[in-house]
Design a protein around this ligand. Sequence first.
Ligand SMILES: [Zn+2]
Length: 81
Amino acid sequence: MPLLIPCPTCGVRPYGEFWCSGELPDGGHGGSDDAEADFERVWLKRNVAGLQTERWFHHAGCRRWVTVRRDTLTNVIDAQL
Ligand SMILES: [Zn+2]
């Protein structure tokens, strides 16, 4: 069964309609005064085995960003954030 992404505008759609931007780092994409911490947060991925928050862009649909929580072991999306 293919990975299905719940889009708030278009409904549940196959992952091929989306571009994945990867995991959403803790604290989002905003910067801070600590350049070393910003570098690690943006460029060093945690690559977790389990639940992680991700951003997906629905390029073949509404062209909006979707934030979901996906289990990387089972590909099950358990929440749309
Ligand atoms: Zn959509």
